[in-house]
Design a binder for this molecule. Structure first.
Ligand code: PEP
Ligand code: MG
Length: 891
């Protein structure tokens, strides 16, 4: 049987997104539930792929099926496409499986030509409408199919408005548009050497081809690269009978969300333009009015719209983003899809929908992307600083968040400057799909025109970037690359602050503050549901009581890594240095005194605070890990200092001693050198001091009634004999302290698995270690043989760009290499010790993809920075849900 390339709206449904694209599948679904959808049909994504694969040729049967469906549609509508005396007019729109705001290829009013426009004028009794529709066709067709630059048309529209002395398009007369049609045809001829095609069928064929080709256009490819959408899906083409929003003041076009996409409130939200076609709303060319005005202006249409919104939410069980047109008071639905929303809105809507009985808790959890949670904990401007600052301008609060950066006026410069390391704010009159690369590079986006559903606003929300849109206070001068507000001139490169939540713009840099978790009950609710679902524990890496408290507040149920070296930083470094110098100078007594009298009390105090903060929960404390030279000044610096002091005639003996110590300790590969347990073995007094401090603190806290669970972690083990050498000594210190304090507490000794050899001999290692913690930073470094400190600066990012590596392995675990080592370690370790506690404490512990991998490996927990704990809780729940196989999310 010949391939079926074309489906009518009656033949499709929402489950057919792969074949019909998102828009087409949802138009079909709306048709089937009886909503008012202008009839039409869909050319499949497979047809697009076949067209591209066959060297831009229609596959066999496609054109015939298109013509046949068009004729059937004509019979249904009572007028035929291509009949210049009574034309059936069509729209052609792209619609990929996953919505891509970077690819808005739409052509309206297809089927008009020099003769049909007269017929339309007569039939509608409104020549202004007919000529406006025709000029739109030439404009859109010229742009999308014939690649005529948009400015060529825009200039002429401005010209006719000026000539007629009017401000907006609907005020331009029929004669005016007729004149513009003539100009537009000339522009097409001048720019392309071809005539605008008069044959409706040729228009249709070329339009369909243009949509197919747009799949491989630069902006579509850029968008897919940036958002991770696969390149082999293809786009469907929706061919639909026209309804007209531009036939007078009881007509119009709107876009709306069934709930507020910024805040999540259950309030219909959107915009509307009288006497306009849909493109006018989305492009931001005219600033639309708030949709609630319809209630008074066109009450019947408003009521229908509310009913439809409710039907759609109940049907899809999801917030919808809809497009509609009103033609002479009658409402038509042109699109529905799951609405993009901010992180805050996503969380609120999910919680509300559970409470409304629309979705389950699992679905609510599944609907929040772990990455979105990050946005909620991101900084916003300090309220007091905002109040004290002068507001430079105010626009629409299109996408929340705080952004500070330098102003750039084109997407290309914004991208270039961001690449050069600047924080950038992209400022545009309005954005189009061609600006998406600049928006991706920018910290925030400011537009002069356009509403809350303009391109800038929609894309910014999706990207999670702060955006102020429709900021009519500013006047952009693209020639001088500056904008003016009253008397103030802001030039390219000047710094501004944007508050996407309020729509305010400030000159200069405003300070930001991190939002508090406590103020976000909906987020906490989602995370509590996530906790019920997940199997993986979420612990935190915390080095002091304050971090531990924050981690616990964010929901961590243990400390997976306390890096004790961080306790020797800052003003304590000097004490630590004195100890090292004494040791190197052979002054054992002084070295021991520094350890016992100066460092031990400090460590004990830190540990005590952490145990108290984590009352009832495990705390893994890692013994000193980095090479000692990290605590000493750099060699080059010392050489320069000694030389300078000598030149000034000063005594340099102390400085020289320090220099010679530093030189003694220098290693070619310090990360592979005297660090981790090697250091503990060579200088056991360091480790014994630490273990004493841990147990003194734990016993003191326990004596006060704190439920302590200390776990001592030995770093960088590569051979079982290392543990055999050091662990008994350390355990004897623990026993000794407990005897001194006259209290028994439960504890564990374990090790990090961060050297491939340790992973491969995990069975042996588990004979001593009661727990494993994967140090995937080092494990990745050593498995790849790539220096974690240098690689990203030198070549790693190029590797990712070139596709040599699929992702940066220091961010997301390499599952088949590093992951394989982990798998071996888990299996062999648990074979020897069935209750072996295994977690991960490298940076990967906060990365959702890596968390999923850890879930699959059956680890007990992931440990990450306190700020990432909420993300990890959610990601761990997603991993559990993915395993269960959740039903596909409706969108
Ligand atoms: C690791 O190597 O993954 C780890 C957590 O230790 P560090 O980053 O301190 O070397
Ligand atoms: Mg490490």
């Amino acid at each position: 049987m010949a391939t079926k390339w074309v489906y009518t709206f009656e033949e499709g449904n929402a489950g057919m997104k792969n074949l019909l694209g998102g828009k087409g599948a949802n138009l079909s679904e709306m048709t089937s539930i009886g909503l008012p959808v202008p009839p039409g049909f869909i050319i499949t994504t497979e047809a697009c792929l076949a067209y591209l694969a066959e060297g831009e040729q229609f596959p066999e049967g496609l054109w015939e099926q298109t013509v046949e469906n068009m004729k059937k549609l004509g019979e249904k509508m009572g007028r035929q496409f291509g009949d210049s005396n009574d034309p059936l007019l069509m729209s052609v729109r792209s619609g990929a499986r996953i919505s891509m705001p970077g690819m808005m290829d739409t052509i309206l009013n297809l089927g008009l030509n020099d003769q049909a426009v007269e017929a339309l004028a007569e039939r509608s009794g409104d020549p202004r409408f007919a000529w406006d529709a025709y000029r739109r066709l030439i404009q859109m067709f010229g742009g999308v199919v014939m690649n005529v630059r948009g400015e060529r048309f825009e200039e002429l529209i401005t010209r006719i408005r000026n000539e007629q002395g009017v401000k907006t398009d609907p005020e331009v007369s029929a004669e005016g548009w007729k004149q513009v049609v003539g100009w537009f045809k000339n522009v097409v001829r001048e720019e392309t050497g071809q005539e605008f095609p008069q044959d409706a069928w040729e228009q249709l064929r070329l339009a369909v081809e243009a949509v197919f080709k747009s799949w491989n256009g630069k902006r579509a490819i850029d968008y897919r690269n940036a958002t991770g959408i696969p390149h082999d899906l293809g786009t469907a083409v929706n061919v639909q009978t026209m309804v007209f929003g531009n036939v007078g003041w009881d007509s119009g076009s709107g876009v709306a969300f069934t709930r507020n996409p910024s805040t999540g409130e259950d309030d219909f939200f959107g915009e509307y333009l009288f006497n306009a076609q849909g493109e006018d709303v989305v492009s931001g060319a005219r600033t639309p009015i708030e949709v609630h005005h319809l209630k008074e202006d066109l009450p019947e249409a408003w009521d229908t719209l509310q009913e439809i919104a409710e039907t759609l939410e109940k049907h899809y069980r999801e917030m919808q983003d809809i497009e509609f047109t009103i033609e002479n008071k009658k409402l038509w639905m042109l699109q529905t899809r799951s609405g993009k929303r901010t992180a805050a809105a996503a969380v609120k809507i999910a919680v509300d929908m559970v409470n409304e009985g629309l979705i389950s808790k699992e679905e609510a959890v599944e609907r929040i992307e772990p990455g979105q949670i990050d946005q909620l904990l991101h900084p916003h401007f300090d309220i007091e600083a905002m109040e004290a600052a002068n507001v430079l301008a105010k626009g629409l609060n299109a996408s929340p968040g705080a952004a500070v950066g330098r102003v750039y006026f084109t997407a290309d410069t914004a991208e270039e400057m961001a690449k050069a390391g600047q924080s950038v704010i992209l400022v545009r009159p309005e954005t189009t799909p061609d600006d998406v690369h600049g928006m991706l590079a920018a910290r925030g986006i400011l537009t002069q025109h356009g509403g809350a559903t303009s391109h800038a606003a929609v894309v910014a929300r999706q990207l999670g970037k702060p955006c102020v849109a429709g900021c009519e206070d500013i006047h952009i001068d693209m020639n001088r690359l500056q904008f003016m507000v009253d008397g103030t001139v802001v030039k390219e490169g000047d710094v501004i602050s944007l508050d996407g939540a309020s729509g305010r713009v400030y000159l200069g840099e405003l300070p930001t503050v991190a939002p508090t978790f406590d103020e976000q009950p909906d987020l906490q609710q989602i995370l509590e549901w996530a906790d019920e679902i997940r199997r993986l524990g979420v612990w935190a890496n915390a080095d002091d009581p304050e971090q531990a408290t924050r981690a616990r507040n964010y929901g961590a149920t243990g400390i997976g890594l306390c890096r004790t070296e961080h306790m020797f930083m800052g003003e304590r470094t000097e004490k630590f240095q004195r100890g090292i110098l004494a040791k190197q100078a052979g002054n054992e007594e002084e070295a021991q005194r520094v350890l016992d009298e100066e460092l031990l009390p400090l460590q004990r105090e830190d540990f005590y605070g952490i145990f108290k903060a984590m009352d009832g929960l495990p705390v893994i404390i890692r013994l000193l890990d980095p090479p000692l030279h990290e605590f000493l000044p750099p060699r080059e610096e010392l050489i320069a200092e000694v030389a300078a002091a000598r030149a000034r005639g000063e005594d340099v003996s102390e400085a020289e001693k320090l220099l010679s110590t530093v030189e003694d300790m220098a290693e070619f590969n310090p990360m592979l050198g005297l660090r981790g347990c090697r250091l503990g073995i060579m200088m056991p007094e360091l480790n014994t001091m630490q273990v004493r401090a841990i147990f003194e603190a734990a016993c003191d806290a326990a004596l006060e009634g704190v439920d302590v669970h200390p776990e001592v972690m030995i770093p960088l083990t590569s051979h079982i004999n290392e543990l055999k050498e050091i662990q008994p000594l350390l355990e004897s210190v623990a026993q000794q302290v407990m005897a001194e304090k006259n209290i028994e507490i439960k504890y564990k000794f374990g090790t990090m698995i961060e050297i491939p050899r340790a992973a491969l001999t995990a069975g042996e290692i588990a004979s001593m270690a009661e727990f494993f913690s994967f140090g995937t930073n080092d494990l990745t470094q050593m498995a790849f043989g790539i220096s974690r400190d240098d690689a990203e600066r030198k070549f790693l990012l190029s590797y990712v760009e070139k596709g040599i590596l699929p992702v940066n392995p220091f961010q997301t675990i390499d599952p088949i290499g590093v992951g394989r080592l982990m798998e071996v370690a888990v299996q062999e370790g648990r074979a020897v010790r069935s209750d072996l506690e295994i977690g991960i404490c490298g940076e990967h512990g906060g990365d959702p993809a890596s968390i999923e991998f850890c879930h699959q490996l059956g680890l007990n927990y992931v440990s990450c920075s306190p700020y990432r704990v909420p993300v990890a809780r959610l990601a761990a729940a997603h991993a559990a849900l993915n395993e269960k196989g959740m039903p596909e999310r409706p969108d």
